[in-house]
Design a protein around this ligand. Structure first.
Ligand SMILES: *[C@@H]1O[C@H](CO)[C@@H](O)[C@H](O)[C@H]1NC(C)=O
Ligand SMILES: *[C@@H]1O[C@H](CO)[C@@H](O)[C@H](O)[C@H]1NC(C)=O
Ligand SMILES: *[C@@H]1O[C@H](CO)[C@@H](O)[C@H](O)[C@H]1NC(C)=O
Ligand SMILES: *[C@@H]1O[C@H](CO)[C@@H](O)[C@H](O)[C@H]1NC(C)=O
Ligand SMILES: *[C@@H]1O[C@H](CO)[C@@H](O)[C@H](O)[C@H]1NC(C)=O
Ligand SMILES: *[C@@H]1O[C@H](CO)[C@@H](O)[C@H](O)[C@H]1NC(C)=O
Ligand SMILES: *[C@@H]1O[C@H](CO)[C@@H](O)[C@H](O)[C@H]1NC(C)=O
Ligand SMILES: *[C@@H]1O[C@H](CO)[C@@H](O)[C@H](O)[C@H]1NC(C)=O
Ligand SMILES: *[C@@H]1O[C@H](CO)[C@@H](O)[C@H](O)[C@H]1NC(C)=O
Ligand SMILES: [Zn+2]
Length: 504
């Protein structure tokens, strides 16, 4: 038995060395996993079905399209972008609106003044994925680059990514894409392995012209062109084509606003007794004198098409309650209705808005993923905004952190899901080899043949001796599939001989 185990080890070592030696881009085979996260603000989940968007359609063939992203309350930009990069509900990360009042800080912030670390660092466990990547402390060289994403420029719990550029409203997205790709293409000593970029469209067009409009048609065509440009930039670069994983998502959707569906808050409550912060779709109302809460609540509860909750009554599904930044009363418009709070300029009319209950269909966002980590040509059922962080964390091979999402909800869209660093490493090398073969259509290199031969011998030996080896199951360097998606166990793998997708 010891003898066969030695043969096993020897073959294994030869396999590893030959894989590394034969790899056509030796340094890059050992670089950290690459991931690019893109958000198109306010990109409603069904725009690709309502409008003609050929490049978005290409994405679903090239990788995975999730039917929609189920987001969390409140469905507004800064809170949801923080949920995407932290995996936390708004009550947990503390960015509960685009306008926030914090009774402990005794301060109010709007988007213009949110560049202050105390808003983003309410607790120590809110950690953006770009920080998790850089603090991984493993053998990889990890660097993050971030452009225009909400919060960027403001240190969060003391950390800023090594590369970043601030939001610039007039900057076009092709310039942002070019910059982030350039950062990925720098020499190994300085390049990034995680890129995170944000674009404020089609949200702005949605607000000004509505989700169904000629202007939206035009803006979406631009977004679609940007996706086409991105694919071209990736495809002309062998390193990116082979290694870069891309996620394209959005924070929320967009609902049409009809006239005469707007109420002025001051017409219903005495605004001297309270203050209101939020957006036109929902406001947090703070009532300094507790005895006034019931009276204000009573007035608001008479208004049709608006929901009112005392803090303790806020639906648990919102995950929007346990934070001092959430008001004594939460007042929420039904989809398509609007609230004008004191200080808001009622003569600015919107034709589209968001921020409503996250279960409203028009509030859902998009999700596409492609690259070596993802399955191809796959359409799957929705998952949640807070599951995106665990997904990114898995792709980047980071240690699992406790968040409000779970890798178990998303692992079915990934090709390899094993939780063993060494064998993950081998899988990466194997997948590089197979994609090399695939990209050439046939075997052009004796090295590739050698690697494949040795892997076959390795697999045969591994199978034959698997019964004798303790903990044998996780050691097959080929594809694995989870026995069950429901059990929550991550060690329950079996080799899947019938699954040939990766070699196609
Ligand atoms: C969008 O515009 C194109 C022309 O640029 C037109 O052919 C198409 O029908 C429009 N789509 C929608 C949904 O309005
Ligand atoms: C936030 O931005 C404003 C203007 O955009 C600037 O004046 C201010 O110094 C910034 N604050 C911090 C803490 O960076
Ligand atoms: C990083 O890893 C090194 C070596 O494993 C260890 O000594 C060090 O304490 C780690 N640092 C952090 C911040 O985890
Ligand atoms: C914002 O972008 C525009 C267009 O690219 C550029 O001309 C301008 O200099 C940028 N502003 C800042 C502050 O970087
Ligand atoms: C590859 O690695 C060698 C030695 O570590 C280094 O000198 C070289 O610059 C690297 N090449 C690239 C393209 O990173
Ligand atoms: C709003 O409703 C009022 C009364 O129902 C009506 O007279 C008015 O024309 C409506 N305004 C618009 C812009 O629809
Ligand atoms: C409730 O509405 C009535 C009638 O509009 C108003 O007089 C009163 O001040 C309101 N109460 C509060 C607490 O806002
Ligand atoms: C309110 O908005 C209108 C239309 O944009 C503008 O003309 C007016 O100056 C604004 N009023 C205030 C007080 O900002
Ligand atoms: C969300 O995650 C935070 C941080 O781990 C935790 O404190 C909180 O209880 C979680 N919320 C839910 C609803 O599980
Ligand atoms: Zn948004």
């Amino acid at each position: 038995m010891r003898h066969t185990a030695n043969i096993f080890t020897l073959i294994f070592i030869i396999f590893l060395y030959s894989t590394i030696y034969c790899s056509s881009v030796p340094n890059e085979s050992l670089s950290a996993p690459l991931l690019l996260l893109i958000s198109f603000d306010g990109f409603r989940w069904n725009y690709p079905d309502l409008y003609h968007l050929p490049n978005f359609n290409l994405l679903s063939k090239r990788g995975v399209r999730v039917k929609y992203i189920q987001n969390n309350f409140a469905t507004v930009t800064f809170p949801l972008h923080y949920s995407i990069i932290t995996g936390l509900y708004e009550e947990s990360h503390g960015i509960v609106g685009n306008t926030i009042f914090d009774p402990k800080l005794n301060a109010v912030t709007t988007l213009d003044t949110m560049n202050d670390t105390r808003w983003w660092s309410q607790n120590s466990y809110s950690q953006p994925i770009w920080t998790s990547n850089e603090l991984a402390n493993d053998s990889y060289q990890r660097r993050s680059g971030v452009i225009a994403w909400p919060s960027i420029g403001t240190p969060i719990n003391g950390h800023l990514p090594v590369r970043y550029q601030l939001f610039n409203l007039t900057r076009k997205f092709d310039s942002i894409l070019q910059q982030i790709i350039d950062w990925f293409r720098e020499p190994a000593e300085s390049r990034i392995n995680l890129g995170v970029v944000y674009y404020p469209e089609p949200d702005m067009t949605g607000h000004h012209h509505g989700p169904i409009s000629d202007e939206m048609n035009k803006t979406l065509k631009e977004c679609d062109d940007y996706v086409g440009q991105l694919l071209a930039m990736i495809d002309i670069d062998e390193y990116l084509k082979r290694n870069l994983n891309v996620i394209i998502t959005s924070d929320h959707g967009m609902e049409s606003i009809r006239k005469n569906r707007t109420i002025i808050l001051a017409d219903y409550i005495d605004t001297k007794l309270c203050s209101a912060y939020g957006s036109r779709s929902s406001v947090n109302i703070f009532v300094p004198l507790e005895s006034n809460i019931n009276r204000i609540y009573a007035n608001l509860s008479t208004i049709p098409n608006f929901e009112v909750y005392k803090k303790s009554q806020i639906p648990d599904e919102y995950h929007y309650k346990s934070n001092i930044r959430i008001g004594d009363i939460l007042f929420v418009a039904k989809a398509g209705y609007e609230i004008i709070a004191p200080g808001d300029n009622a003569s600015i009319e919107l034709l589209g808005d968001h921020g409503y209950d996250d279960r409203v269909e028009s509030m859902h966002g998009i999700f596409y993923g492609f690259g070596p980590a993802f399955h191809e040509n796959m359409q799957v059922e929705p998952f949640h905004t807070v599951d995106i962080y665990p997904l990114m964390s898995y792709i980047l091979k980071l240690k699992e952190r406790k968040t409000n999402g779970s890798i178990d909800n998303v692992k079915h869209i990934l090709r390899h899901h094993i939780n063993n660093d060494l064998f993950d490493e081998i899988n990466l090398l194997l997948s590089k080899t197979t994609s090399y073969v695939t990209s050439w259509g046939f075997i052009t290199d004796g090295c590739v043949l050698l690697v494949i031969l040795i892997s076959i011998v390795y697999i045969i030996v591994a199978f034959r001796h698997s019964r004798q080896l303790i903990y044998a199951e996780p050691q097959f360097p080929i594809r694995y599939r989870l026995l069950s998606n429901d059990e929550g166990s991550k060690n329950n793998f079996f080799p899947d001989a019938s699954d040939n997708e990766e070699l196609e």
